[in-house]
Design a protein around this ligand. Structure first.
Ligand code: ADP
Ligand code: MG
Length: 623
C-alpha cells in the first residue's frame, strides 16, 4: 500500500497568527483545551443535525461523545470526537486558513490585544491554532461522515503542514498535541479535569477524561429560572459567548403562546466593534428541542442585535430545517419579532429600574439601537423610548430620553427640537440655540453624524414631530411675539432699509443661496444657514457630501437660505456699506455667508475664504 503525503504552506495570515500564538502567548495557555473541546462539540452538533436529515451516515452506531486521553510518558494530550469529521480537502482548507476574515489590521490588533487578553483568540474564530500554544507538534486525524477515506494533518506550526492518507479511522476527529517541554502539565489528569470544569461544563455531549465522564450534560435554558444560580448563568454566558467577562444584562424567558420559546440572552460588557475589530458575527444560537440547528444564527434576531450572546430554543421549528430555509421561514420571522420585542421591553424596564446602569449600556451599545431605528421600521416605536441624547437641559455627559423631554415640555409646544454639532460647546456657541435659550425651550443636541438620520427615520415620538433647528420654516413657541414686542425698541434696520438690504443680498449671493430671509430667531449672531428642505439637516448633508466625495462624485450641494439678524450691528452697518462701497460690501456679505456655513458644519472653499478674509482684515487694520 502506498501512502501519499503532500506538503502545504499556511496562508500568510495564518502564518502571522501562528507566529503570535507561538511567540507571544505564554499566559492563560489553558484555553487551548477549551478551543479544542469547543471544536469537537461543534463537530458533534453538526453531525447530529446532518444525521437527522440524511438517511445514510457512516459509522452511525458510534455514540456522540468527546474522549480525552493523556500520556504522561510521551507527553501527549489526545482529544477525540465522533463528530462530522473532515475530508482531505476540508483539512487543508479549515486548518490552513483563518476561518473568518483575516485582514492585516485585524491581525495586528489581535497581536496587541492577545498580549493582554488571550480570550480574543477564541472570539475571532481562530481557535484551533491555540493548540500550538502548548504543542510543539499537532496531529489531526480525521474521517468525514460521508465515509470517504481518512487523513492525517500534521504540523509544527512553523510555516507548512502535511496531509497523509490514513486508512481505518472511525468517523470524527482525533487531535494529538505533542506537548512542549514547558507544557508537560497538560498530560496530568487533575490539571485537565480542572480546565474542563472551568471552561467546558456546558458542552452538551459527554466529555470523558481517561474513560470517566467529567461534565454534566444539561441545557440550562430549559431549566426553571428559580433553580438557576447567578454563578451558573455567568458560567453559561462565558461558555456560549466564548467570553471571560461577566454579562452586563441577562434575560431568561419562556413562553408557550403564541409560540413555544425558551430564550436566554446576554449583553456582554464590551462592544468589540467600537474597539475596531470589525463587524461582529451574531452571537445567538438557535435550537429546536435542545438540538442546535443554527449556530451564530443570522436569522433569529435582527442584524442590529448582533451584540447579544445566548440561546433561543423553540419546539415549534421543524428539526430538519436546512440553514437556507431558515432565512425565509415565516415561523423564524415570527420568533424574531417576538424575541426582539421582548428584549426591547426588557431594556425599557431596566432603564426605568436603574437609569445609571442603563446609561452604561447605552454608551457601549447605543449605536446598535440607532442602527435599529434606521433599519427596522416595525421596532421604531419601542426603540424610540430607548434612545438617549444630551440636551440643553441635561448635564454634560448625561444623556436623557425623549420621554424626559416630553415631561419638561410646555403644553403649547408641539414639536421636539434637535440640532447637530460636533460638541456640546460648539452647539451652545452657535446661532441655532439662541432663541431656544432665550425662550427656555429645551433642545436636543445630536453629536454623532448618524443621529440626524436616526431622528429623521423616527419622524415623531409620542405624536410629537422631531424637528431639526436648522429648518427654514421653524417656529419656536413664543419667538413670534418676541419679534413683534421688540419692534421699535432695539435699534435696528427699519423696514425700508431691511427690504433694500435683503433684495441686494439676494442679488449678490444669488449663485450660492436660495433665499435671504429676515430672521425671527436670531438674538446675537448676525446670520445663520437654514435648510429649505425640512428633512435634510445640515449634518445629514455633510455626511452625504463626504460619501459623494469619497466616491469621487464632486461637491454638489443644495442651496440654502441665509437668515439675517437686522438688529445685529454688523448687518446694520452692511446696509450702509453697500451704498458707500459696494465692492467691499459684497466681500463682507460673502464672508458672513461662509461663516454661517462653517457654524452649520458645512464645507466652504478654504482658498477663496482665506483670501477674502485677508482682504477684509487688511482693510480693518488700515482704518
Ligand atoms: P471556528 O471553530 O471558530 O470555526 P477554529 O480555528 O476553531 O475556528 O476551527 C477552524 C475550522 O476547522 C472549524 O470551523 C471546523 O470547520 C474545522 N474543525 C476544527 N476542529 C474540528 C473537529 N474536531 N471536527 C471537525 N472540524 C473541525
Ligand atoms: Mg473553534
Amino acid at each position: 500500500m502506498t501512502t501519499k503525503t503532500t506538503t502545504h504552506e499556511f496562508q500568510s495570515e495564518t502564518k502571522k497568527l501562528l507566529d503570535i500564538v507561538i511567540h507571544s502567548l505564554y499566559t492563560e495557555r489553558d484555553v487551548f483545551i477549551r478551543e479544542l473541546i469547543s471544536n469537537a462539540a461543534d463537530a458533534l452538533e453538526k453531525f447530529r443535525h446532518e444525521s437527522i436529515t440524511a438517511n445514510d451516515v457512516f459509522d452511525a452506531h458510534v455514540p456522540l461523545e468527546i474522549n480525552i486521553s493523556l500520556d504522561d510518558k510521551k507527553h501527549t494530550l489526545t482529544i477525540t470526537d465522533t463528530g462530522i469529521g473532515m475530508s482531505r480537502h476540508e483539512l487543508e482548507a479549515n486548518l490552513g486558513t483563518i476561518a473568518h476574515s483575516g485582514s492585516n489590521t485585524f491581525l495586528s490588533q489581535l497581536a496587541e490585544a492577545a498580549k493582554k487578553d488571550v480570550n480574543l483568540i477564541g472570539q475571532f474564530g481562530v481557535g484551533f491554532y491555540a493548540a500550538f500554544m502548548a504543542g510543539s507538534r499537532v496531529l489531526v486525524q480525521s474521517r468525514s461522515w460521508d465515509g470517504s477515506e481518512g487523513h492525517e494533518w500534521a504540523s509544527d506550526g512553523a510555516g507548512t503542514f502535511t496531509i497523509t492518507e490514513m486508512p481505518g479511522l472511525h468517523r470524527g476527529t482525533r487531535i494529538i498535541v505533542e506537548l512542549k517541554e514547558d507544557a508537560h502539565d497538560y498530560a496530568q489528569k487533575w490539571k485537565v479535569e480542572s480546565i474542563i470544569k472551568q471552561y467546558s461544563a456546558f458542552v452538551p455531549f459527554p466529555i470523558k477524561l481517561e474513560g470517566e465522564t467529567v461534565n454534566t450534560v444539561q441545557a440550562l435554558w430549559t431549566r426553571n429560572k428559580s433553580e438557576i444560580t447567578d454563578q451558573e448563568y455567568t458560567d453559561f454566558y462565558k461558555f456560549v459567548g466564548n467570553a471571560i467577562d461577566e454579562p452586563m444584562y441577562r434575560l431568561h424567558f419562556s413562553a408557550d403562546a403564541p409560540l413555544a420559546i425558551n430564550a436566554l440572552l446576554f449583553v456582554p460588557k464590551e462592544n468589540l466593534e467600537i474597539f475596531g475589530f470589525g463587524r461582529m458575527d451574531s452571537g445567538v444560537n438557535l435550537y429546536c428541542q435542545r438540538i442546535l440547528i443554527d449556530q451564530h444564527s443570522e436569522n433569529i434576531l435582527p442584524e442590529w442585535l448582533r451584540f447579544l450572546k445566548g440561546v433561543v430554543d423553540s419546539e415549534d421549528l421543524p428539526l430538519n430545517i436546512s440553514r437556507q430555509a431558515l432565512q425565509d421561514n415565516a415561523l423564524v420571522g415570527k420568533l424574531r419579532r417576538v424575541i426582539t420585542k421582548k428584549f426591547l421591553k426588557f431594556l425599557e424596564e431596566e432603564a426605568a429600574r436603574d437609569a445609571e446602569s442603563y446609561l452604561t449600556f447605552w454608551k457601549t451599545f447605543g449605536i446598535f439601537l440607532k442602527e435599529g431605528v434606521t433599519s427596522s421600521y416595525e421596532h421604531q416605536k419601542d426603540l424610540g423610548k430607548l434612545l438617549r441624547f444630551e440636551s440643553s437641559k441635561s448635564e454634560a455627559g448625561k444623556p436623557v430620553g425623549l420621554a424626559d423631554y416630553l415631561l419638561r415640555m410646555s403644553p403649547d409646544q408641539q414639536e421636539i427640537y434637535f440640532i447637530n454639532g460636533p460638541s456640546r460647546a460648539a452647539i451652545e456657541a452657535g446661532p441655532y440655540v439662541e432663541m431656544f435659550r432665550k425662550k427656555d425651550v429645551e433642545i436636543i443636541y445630536t453629536m454623532e453624524p448618524i443621529d440626524d438620520f436616526v431622528l429623521n427615520h423616527l419622524g415623531e415620538f409620542e405624536g410629537k414631530k422631531l424637528v431639526s433647528a436648522d429648518r427654514a420654516d421653524l417656529t419656536i413657541p413664543g419667538a413670534e411675539e418676541e419679534k413683534k414686542g421688540a419692534e421699535g425698541q432695539d435699534a435696528g434696520l427699519d423696514s425700508t432699509a431691511t427690504e433694500g438690504l435683503v433684495a441686494w443680498m439676494k442679488t449678490v449671493l444669488a449663485d450660492i443661496v436660495q433665499d435671504v430671509i429676515v430672521s425671527k430667531r436670531l438674538v446675537d449672531a448676525p446670520a445663520m444657514i437654514v435648510n429649505p428642505d425640512g428633512h435634510m439637516t445640515s449634518s445629514m448633508q455633510r455626511v452625504l457630501a463626504a460619501s459623494r466625495f469619497e466616491k469621487g462624485l464632486g461637491m454638489e450641494t443644495m442651496k440654502k437660505n441665509l437668515e439675517i439678524n437686522v438688529r445685529n450691528p454688523l448687518i446694520v452697518r452692511l446696509a450702509e456699506l453697500r451704498q458707500a462701497d459696494e465692492e467691499f460690501a459684497v466681500d463682507v456679505a460673502r464672508q458672513i455667508y461662509d461663516n454661517a456655513m462653517i457654524q452649520a458644519g458645512l464645507i466652504v472653499d478654504p482658498l477663496v475664504m482665506v483670501e477674502r478674509n485677508y482682504k477684509i482684515l487688511n482693510r480693518a487694520v488700515r482704518d
